[in-house]
Write a protein that binds this ligand. Structure first.
Ligand code: GLN
Ligand code: ZN
Length: 758
């Protein structure tokens, strides 16, 4: 029986890859230096897999930036704007595709979320002129490298059907027209790999999503070609993130020697898979969660594996991780300060390798009681721990009454009750954060290192808030914010003050390229022991007679950007967070803050992969937002902010959130997304972002006025707000001041236009 993982994180336990990449981009590190770091990371990760006792090490899973971009480079699918290229795709072309080339003013390729994870990939661009040919031998070289070092490699390659499904055609070109030629390049690679290894893993997660008709049509011919090319090696068709559902038959008919299924996120599919599995097909059972940080309940996993073994025999069973471990932090050993009890419940990538191997050993009759016992003990201690279950929270959740999800009156009445705010037409505001300057970061670090006292730090933050408010008054903004200088991050800041959360020192996970995030961990029932923002916002309000907008992160976003416990439904965890935020909202109102914004930046990120599951998700995510906000009086105004622009499918849900005002990203689409809001007649107020905060460019007042006029075609004037696309924390003060000045001027010009011209 073989044991394996579907892929290992690349970034390194100390984020070595990040440092090396950023130094290389800056020009302070040579290409050779970068290569050396990468080689040593690969060797280290293979050593972890081998030492854990896995049958293979994964190869080709390492990436300088992204595994989808790796296939683009392998196929030579470099978009024309990057210029003539030679026989191979070199590192600079590779990075230019990912990051753009500012010296030649060539924009980067688009980036988007990898299924329902927080990892982002570079979207392939397939053009009519593309002539795919093997242009980068990375997977072949890395596989040879593993063999030379004495490892048994199992190469991992993103399959052609998922690759094409994730691509976009250039100028309306149908990417699938290139499928045959692309598969031919894959066949070349598979043939070479087949000569040196037993198994080749072809990742086709698209089989678990909603596949398009063409993907279905091209699937079997593609796999027929690939299976013919493999020589003595066998293909393992890897699916993950959900159940196979209607595409199970397609997967089973692929002709591949093995099929990998995700039995963590697709647990329900096992019976069906077993019933239909062709007699000679190997089943790789993904029982160790690749997307979380919890230790596997080994005895539960063993039950599943034994059941499979009894049905298909030991020889046809492989034990694996549910998906690549890319989505887990690298090594729990690098957490010396984590609470010992909590730590005993966790497993990061290195530990998960061990779990997969132990499961294989036990199934083959090697009794490793000594290694199972700690897992059982962890499961017992976690179930029994008083830190996990809080009876008061449970009771409160049970008693949530339907009225708690509803504002007292419908929006039109609330609008009247809020007239006391005395806001002008086209009120101007910002999304919350102002520049997080080097000085702010330095002071935060000093405070953390105890180089300055709490009082000194507080005084510094108060000065910063005061200066930020003075600036906003000078600019003439209508609704002010305190600027968020006390927050390093919109989730961690809240997590640190909520019960049920803990934090790692080095639990980094790649988000895209060299960018990593360190998600908080929700281990227990969530509650809010004390107010989290009231003092800062009240202080800010005390400095101005203009309305101050209190700023909170919403329950859906906190959930999405954390590692969530696996012993409670996500919807239930979200409800607990919503109640905690609700308490904060109530306290803000009681403290006289009458405009409160609850950011739901990640609202659409939690969306399930399959269309048919989305409705249910949207229901509970919307309800959580309503639960968090509906505690206020009619005269208090609730805002929400979402920083993305794909609203067409979810506009009904956005409306159901029933915020008085929403702000959304829209400058990059030049207000086009507002058509969705216009067609649907979005009932409340809306602030479509009038300039892109991702760029240092200062928009002119004419340009902003033009966008607002365009917005007025879809939004009635009484309901249009004026604000940037998102928070300003990554920008510098001079450009922020210039941009906001133009924004305020544009709103004023519009206000002063005669009524019939508006
Ligand atoms: N209030 C947050 C800010 O301005 C919102 C950030 C976000 O939407 N990502 O920074
Ligand atoms: Zn945003």
């Amino acid at each position: 029986m073989k044991t394996h993982i579907l892929g290992f994180p690349r970034i390194g336990v100390g984020r070595e890859l990040k440092d090396a990449l950023e130094a290389y981009w800056k020009g302070s590190f040579s290409h050779n230096g970068l290569e050396t770091v990468c080689r040593s990371l690969r060797q280290r990760h293979w050593a972890i897999q081998k030492k854990a006792g896995l049958s293979f090490v994964a190869t080709g899973d390492f990436s300088l930036y992204d595994h989808v971009l790796d296939v683009t480079a392998m196929l030579g699918a470099v978009p024309e704007r990057f210029g003539e290229r030679g026989e191979t795709v070199d590192a600079d072309t590779y990075f230019a595709m990912a990051r753009g080339d500012s010296s030649r003013n060539i924009p980067a390729m688009e980036m988007t979320k990898w299924f329902n994870t927080n990892y982002h990939y570079i979207v392939p661009e397939i053009s009519k002129s593309l002539a795919p040919r093997l242009s980068r031998r990375k997977i072949l070289e890395e596989t040879s490298e593993a063999i030379e070092a004495g490892y048994a490699p199992k190469p991992v390659l993103l399959g052609p059907i998922t690759y094409l499904s994730l691509s976009k055609g250039v100028d309306g070109f149908d990417s699938w027209e290139k499928c045959g030629e692309i598969v031919a390049v894959y066949a070349e690679v598979v043939a070479e790999l087949g000569a040196v290894c037993d198994w080749i893993q072809m990742d086709e997660p698209i089989l678990c999503a909603d596949m398009c008709r063409q993907a279905r049509d091209f699937f079997l011919p593609a796999y027929q070609t690939l299976n013919q090319a493999t020589g003595k090696a066998r293909l393992l068709l890897a699916t993950y993130f959900d159940i196979l559902d209607e595409d199970l038959d397609l997967a089973l008919a692929s002709g591949c020697a093995g099929l990998h299924v995700d039995l963590v996120h697709g647990r329900g599919q096992l019976e069906r898979v077993l019933d239909r599995l062709p007699a000679n097909m190997v089943l790789s059972a993904g029982v160790v969660n690749g997307r979380n940080i919890w230790r596997t309940d080994l005895s539960e996993a063993l039950d599943v594996l034994r059941k499979i073994r009894d049905r298909i025999g030991e020889k046809r069973l492989m034990v694996g991780s549910s998906c690549s471990l890319l989505h887990a932090p690298v090594d729990l050993e690098a957490e010396p300060t984590l609470d010992a009890e909590l730590k005993s419940w966790m497993a990061f990538a290195a530990q998960k390798c061990g779990e997969v191997a132990v499961l294989g050993d036990i199934l083959q009759g090697r009794d490793f009681a000594a290694r199972v016992e700690p897992s059982a003990e962890a499961v017992r201690s976690r179930r029994a721990s008083s830190r996990v279950i809080d009876a008061r929270v449970r009771r409160r959740c049970e008693r949530i009454a339907p009225e708690m999800l509803c504002r007292k009156s419908p929006y039109p009445e609330r609008k009247k009750a809020q007239s006391w705010l005395d806001l002008p037409l086209f009120p101007t505001t910002t999304i919350g954060s102002f520049p997080q300057t080097a000085q702010i970061r330095a002071q935060r670090k000093r405070f953390k290192d105890q180089a300055i006292s709490g009082d000194e730090y507080r005084a510094f933050l108060e000065d910063t808030i005061r200066a930020t408010i003075e600036k906003q008054e000078e600019l003439g903004l209508d609704v002010l914010v305190h600027g968020e200088p006390e927050r390093n991050d919109m989730v961690e800041y809240f997590g640190q003050q909520l019960a049920g959360f803990c934090f790692t020192a080095n639990g980094w996970v790649q988000s895209y390229g060299s960018r990593c995030v360190k998600p908080p961990i929700i281990f227990g029932d969530v509650s809010r022991p004390a107010p989290m923002t009231v003092e800062w916002i009240s202080y800010a309000q005390s400095l101005t007679s203009k309305p101050m907008k209190g700023m909170l992160t919403g329950p859906g976003t906190i959930l999405c950007w954390s590692f969530v416990r696996d012993d409670l439904e996500r919807a239930e965890v979200c409800k607990q967070i919503a109640l905690a935020i609700r308490d904060e909202v109530a306290d803000l109102q009681a403290a006289g803050i009458r405009i409160i914004q609850i950011d739901e930046a990640a609202f659409s990120e939690g969306m399930p992969i399959k269309q048919k599951d989305r409705e249910a998700y949207l229901r509970w995510a919307v309800d959580a937002f309503r639960l968090a906000t509906a505690v206020v009086d009619d005269a208090t105004q609730i805002h929400s902010h979402m920083c993305y622009s794909e609203f067409n499918d979810i506009i009904h849900s956005i409306a159901e959130m029933d915020a008085d005002v929403i702000s959304i990203e829209s400058s990059r689409s030049k207000m086009e997304l507002l058509e969705a809001f216009g067609d649907f007649e979005y009932p409340n107020e809306i602030g479509p972002g009038v300039y892109d905060i991702h760029s240092p460019r200062v928009p002119s007042k004419e340009e902003i006025k033009g966008l607002l006029e365009k917005a007025l075609r879809s939004v009635p004037k009484e309901r249009l707000w004026v604000n940037p696309d998102c928070g300003l924390k990554t920008r510098d003060w001079p450009e922020v001041v210039d941009s906001l000045r133009n924004m305020v001027t544009a709103a004023r010009i519009l206000r002063s236009a005669p009524a019939d011209e508006r």
